[in-house]
Design a protein around this ligand. Sequence first.
Ligand SMILES: [Zn+2]
Length: 255
Amino acid sequence: MADLISYVWMCVLVMVTIFKQLPNWSIIFGGLVLLPTVSALPNAGPFPDISFNVFSQFILEHLGSDITLSQVLVVLFTLTENMDLLSLHSRQQNPKYSGEAHSSPSAWIKCLAHELQERLGTDQNQLYADQETAVSDTVNVISTNLDALAKTLGLYPYDSNGKFKGKLKPVSHESIQPVHMICPEAVVCQMAKCKPQSLVLEVKLRDIPRVTLIKGCTAHANVQVLTGQCPGCKTCILQIMSVLQNQETNIPKYT
Ligand SMILES: [Zn+2]
């Protein structure tokens, strides 16, 4: 494998007096499209595609009434990031050979529940419904909730008849990637001889250049680069990102 080449973006705010040379910027950014992009996990499964209504109903019925969005997301991504553990857990729920004991909840899912408890700390009571607060074995309650949520999300390799459908695959997060836009950092004109008035976007949609944006070690293709314009002095303001190569960085290698 070739040595690591990482890309470090340096954001520089540049103010350029308008001179109708936007195509030049397109050339600069266009060259960056040649950068490598991070591909999806090989042999990955799709992200759970249940309706938000079903998901929210589950949260309302099984988790604490004061649970926050970030805590809900921690629970969701804890499940989607632990397919191996869910496979082990579900296998114990479906004994196949003599001597195997049905275990629900399994020690696997209990371990995950305990880790979530530690993560939420003093808010760990949000991992179960309010009416469950009197229960002494909270790990068991949380494990049951995680098991039920995994099944609601389709992260369970057995059908309703107990037939094995195939090993759970790592979950791809490609479908939930956000939209990225590159915009000026400044929100008003910063020219010394001008007023700090708000910037407007006057570039036509078809003229907006698109680039590959590197954030951390992830490449996001086809990102729009928006240029702001001061309506007073006609100054264009944009954010330019340059590329540096650094052989000594500790950013993970592309493989
Ligand atoms: Zn101005």
